[in-house]
Design a protein around this ligand. Structure first.
Ligand code: GLA
Length: 395
């Protein structure tokens, strides 16, 4: 929805009291490589999309927060002092309230406000529509809080990412890593974010795809086990780390383990499934390092090969794919000009990300689209993406 249209809808929904309307935005992300390793201290390589959450906001004088989305009939209204009681009870709005609570815990004097959201990131597609909502909310509420308190300081977007992550942990119950919120907060147009999740050091790497584009394929399925399996994988990583510590007492997280160390000591991990999980993490950490080097050297073909390796590892060792994702990947790889293709995000549904030569994109969309429909009886969606900027106030 256009911003003028959103402002109109805002006034119809919340009334016109002459107060100033402000507009904030924060994007979804695609992860190019480095999957399921952010919570093990690994380096990851996501990029911000131009699909985003746009938020029109107005301060209130009281302590009431009202929330509405352009595509939902629900209006959430709560006193700030009563937000906590809504945990687990809302059909929509929990990301926002979770963020408000974490901002308060971090010392921000969150005040009443009316907020209208418009999302162009597909929900449940593994493109971090939730991080887009969280980071835009965090930026808006923190900006308002600082203004009320007379604090003239630019908002620290890394802090906003960390606050958003805490909201996921404490209000939503998903023990996610920092990748999604960081990419949404800190993304830069035409660049990937090369992020070390152990230290939060980062670098913006120019995406020079020269004659190729990033193409996302949404399987349009979301397997409901997703978040419980996510937490289960985190548990398995914990278990594997503890087993390896018997031989490697100095490791703090799995990203500290080299491939050689893993191969030497892997039998300390007695459970075969857990061993496969740890193998994925260790080898994926290594693939990211190599693929970042390939990207810096403009070697997109090598980068694509690492993407393929990443998917195979997620399919067979980490087991977070699903038949729909594996099918898109297998069909995609049959097409000349598909340089690399893999699932992106948490998995169990959602999207694949591919780097495809410009002149092969139409063939890819047509061929994979038809095969997918024939096989699963519903359509896949395709997005030829641009890489956009992170969270910001637009006007
Ligand atoms: C989700 C989480 C991220 C990350 C990915 C998998 O998107 O929010 O922190 O763990 O899954 O790489």
């Amino acid at each position: 929805m256009e911003i003028t249209e959103m402002k109109q809808l805002f006034l119809e929904t919340f009334g016109d009291n002459g107060g100033e309307l402000r507009v904030f935005a924060s994007p979804g992300r695609v992860n190019l490589i480095g999957e399921h390793i952010d919570y093990c201290g690994g380096c990851v390589l996501p990029a911000a999309l131009t699909m985003q959450t746009t938020l029109v906001a107005r301060k209130r004088e009281d302590d009431i927060i009202r929330l509405k989305a352009t595509d939902l009939d629900i209006l959430v209204e709560t006193k700030i002092s009563e937000m906590e009681e809504l945990k687990g009870k809302l059909k929509w709005g929990d990301y926002q309230l979770g963020v408000a609570l974490e901002l308060i815990a971090a010392g921000y004097g969150v005040g009443g406000c009316d907020l209208l959201y418009d999302d162009t990131v597909p929900h449940g597609g593994g493109l971090s529509s939730s991080a887009a909502i969280e980071v835009s909310t965090a930026l808006c509420l923190a900006t308002f809080a600082n203004e009320k308190a007379g604090i003239e300081k630019e908002i620290d977007m890394i802090e906003m990412a960390l606050i958003s992550q805490k909201a996921e942990h404490n209000f939503i119950g998903v023990k996610c890593g920092i990748m999604d919120q960081f990419a949404s907060a800190m993304g830069k147009a035409d660049h990937a974010v090369y992020l070390n999740c152990a230290t939060l050091e980062y670098e913006h790497l120019p995406l020079k795809l020269e004659g190729s584009k990033i193409v996302l394929t949404n399987t349009n399925v979301k397997h409901s086990l997703g978040s419980s399996k996510y937490n289960e994988r985190r548990g398995e990583c914990e278990e594997g780390l503890n087993a390896l510590k018997a031989a490697l007492p100095n490791i703090e997280q799995l990203s500290d383990v080299t491939k050689e160390q893993f191969e030497e000591h892997k039998m300390l991990i007695e459970n075969e499934v857990t061993r496969k999980r740890i193998k994925h993490v260790v080898y994926e950490c290594d693939r990211v390092r190599q693929s970042a080097a390939a990207m810096k050297a403009n070697d997109i073909a090598a980068f694509g090969a690492f993407m393929n390796g990443s998917h195979d590892s997620l399919q067979y060792d980490y087991e977070v794919t699903c038949p729909e994702l594996d099918f898109v990947v297998a069909e995609g790889r049959k097409i000349d000009g598909v340089l690399g293709i893999r699932m992106t995000g948490a998995g169990f549904g959602g999207c694949t990300v591919a780097i495809i030569k410009d002149d092969a994109i139409d063939t890819y969309i047509e061929t994979v689209g038809k095969a997918y429909l024939d096989k699963f009886g519903h359509e896949a969606s395709f997005y030829v993406t641009e890489i956009g900027n992170g969270g910001r106030e637009i006007c």
